[in-house]
Structures are given as structure tokens and as C-alpha cells.
Write a protein that binds this ligand. Structure first.
Ligand SMILES: Cc1cc2nc3c(=O)[nH]c(=O)nc-3n(C[C@H](O)[C@H](O)[C@H](O)COP(=O)(O)O)c2cc1C
Length: 270
């Protein structure tokens, strides 16, 4: 089938999903000889828009895995603002070396219920947003080679099909959210945790206010008055490293990840 361009739609608070999905998009664009456009849905304002895609757009829908699923505060936005006119879609889930759970199936379901045809899915490891001791250098050279094979496979399927209707659809059961564990294996409960700020190190530059995907940080850079999804965008972006989490359960979960998931977890393509 004829593809006129690739549209990469991503949500990416700490940049791993953006980087990996754009790399993958460039690999598949080279094979199909078409241009790439980005739709960045990380900011709250961007998620207030409506986005329409044509039947000859090849869509890459990229999103991090949170608790084995699509982030629960973002999923309703993705379901309501994206409109596909039979567009072929590739689902691109990223995860932090623990487990992608059923996030790829959920993304595929979002694409399908919005009029898209999810015909390929990948789950790729990127650095864990909670700690740079887990998957810090991913995607690495090996990952990029795997993405390249995935791009080739997807490009072949698209080229061989006459219409998107001929493509086999990715479909699978969406499981429950993963419940994070502490080091001792008991549940880590940190839903209410919010970032704190070391006051003496904060120059009120406003970067954290700008990057928070939920728009939850007040202009004073200190008060978190809205919902915190623990994405770590504020922690990663702060130029003076003034932002941190001190919730004991959160910290214990991070130590568990560092202890149990420092080995290499493989990517998966569907
Ligand atoms: C709140 C939260 C929950 C996460 N849950 C998981 C998970 O269940 N499994 C996993 O392997 N990685 C998990 N991660 C790691 C992210 O999937 C990984 O860091 C992410 O893909 C980063 O995307 P970004 O750099 O585009 O923000 C979680 C990260 C956050 C912030």
C-alpha cells in the first residue's frame, strides 16, 4: 500500500521514548523513502488538541510502560484526541528493563478503537526513569539492530499489503496494573508521593513547571498542587538537581529494581 509519510506520536517525560521511537521512525522511513513528522503529546497543552491522521499515514504510537500498562492518567487522553482514518499503526512501547506487561496490547487497543490498524508492536528497553542504575545505556547498539530488523519486517508487511484492511491486527488481553514491590517483596505504596525541592538549590528557573506533563507544579517551582504521576520529568530536567523523592516506599522500590533488574532484559516484537 502507498504510504505518504510517517507520523510519530509520543508521550515521553524523560526523553527515552522520544529518542528510541524517533530512531525507529528514521529506520523505517529510510526503507519506505518517506518523510517523518512528530507529534509530541508530553505537554498538557498538546494533549488538549485533536489529531487526525489519514489512511496513507504510517503512524508510530510510542509510549512508556508504567506499572505494566499505558500510564493511567494519559490513556484517556490518547483515547480521546487521536483519530485515525484506517491508518496503519505500529505500536512502540518502551519499558525500563523490568517488564512491559500488557502495555503494547493496550496501545494497540487505543489505536484500533480510534480507527487505526495496529499491525505490528514492539516493546523496547530504555533507561528506567527512576534510576540511572537500571538500563542506563539502553537503547544500545544491539537494541538499535533489533529495531532495524523490526523496521524491515514492518516495512515489508506494509509494502506487501494492498490496503490496511489486509494487515493482521495486534490484539491481546490487557492485564491488571503491576503493583510495585519493596526490597522485602511487600507492596510499595507510593501513589501519593510528590517531588520535594531543596530550597537553597532552586533558582526558580521554571523548567520543572514547564516540563511537568500534568501541569502540576506551581510557578513558585516548589508547590506541587496537582497530580504527580511519578514520571521524573522534573527530577531529570532540574539544572541544579534540586528535585527529589523521599518517600520510603518509593525509595525501597527503586532499590529493589537496582538489585533485581540490573541484568539485561530483552526487547520483544509482536
Ligand atoms: C511511574 C513509572 C512506572 C514505571 N513502570 C514500569 C514498569 O512497570 N515496567 C518497566 O519495565 N518499567 C517501568 N517504568 C520505566 C519506564 O517504562 C521507562 O523509564 C520509560 O520508558 C521512560 O520513558 P521516557 O524516558 O520517555 O519518560 C516506569 C516508570 C515510571 C516513571
Amino acid at each position: 500500500m502507498k504510504i505518504s509519510g510517517i507520523k510519530v506520536i509520543y508521550f515521553s517525560p524523560t526523553g527515552g521514548t522520544k529518542k528510541a521511537s524517533l530512531k525507529f521512525a528514521s529506520q523505517i522511513a529510510d526503507k519506505l523513502c518517506v518523510p517523518v513528522e512528530n507529534v509530541d503529546l508530553t505537554g498538557m497543552d498538546a494533549r488538549k488538541g485533536e489529531y487526525h491522521f489519514a489512511g496513507d499515514d504510517l503512524v508510530i504510537l510510542a509510549c512508556p510502560t508504567y506499572a505494566g500498562r499505558v500510564p493511567n492518567k494519559i490513556e484517556p487522553d490518547l483515547r480521546s484526541i487521536l483519530h485515525f482514518d484506517g491508518s496503519p499503526c505500529i505500536v512502540f512501547s518502551t519499558f525500563g528493563n523490568r517488564d512491559y506487561g500488557t502495555a503494547p496490547y493496550e496501545l494497540a487497543d487505543i489505536a484500533a478503537s480510534n480507527g487505526g490498524v495496529p499491525f505490528a508492536a514492539g516493546a523496547f528497553v530504555v533507561r528506567h526513569a527512576f534510576t540511572d542504575k537500571v538500563a542506563r545505556k539502553r537503547p544500545d547498539r544491539e537494541d538499535k539492530a533489533e529495531m532495524e530488523s523490526f523496521a524491515e519486517m514492518a516495512a515489508e508487511k506494509i509494502t506487501a499489503a494492498n490496503t490496511a484492511d489486509e494487515l493482521d491486527r495486534i490484539k491481546g488481553e490487557i492485564g491488571p496494573y503491576y503493583r510495585p514491590l519493596k526490597e522485602d517483596g511487600t507492596p510499595a505504596v507510593f501513589l501519593k508521593a510528590k517531588p520535594l525541592t531543596t530550597e537553597k538549590d532552586c533558582y526558580r528557573c521554571g523548567l520543572c513547571v514547564k516540563v511537568c506533563p500534568m501541569g502540576s507544579i506551581d510557578p513558585d517551582c516548589m508547590t506541587v498542587s496537582g497530580i504527580c504521576i511519578k514520571c521524573q520529568a522534573c527530577v531529570h530536567s532540574c539544572p541544579t538537581r534540586a528535585k527529589y523523592f523521599d518517600d520510603p516506599d518509593f525509595l525501597s522500590h527503586v532499590r529493589m529494581l537496582e538489585r533485581d533488574f540490573s541484568g539485561r532484559t530483552e526487547n520483544r516484537v509482536f
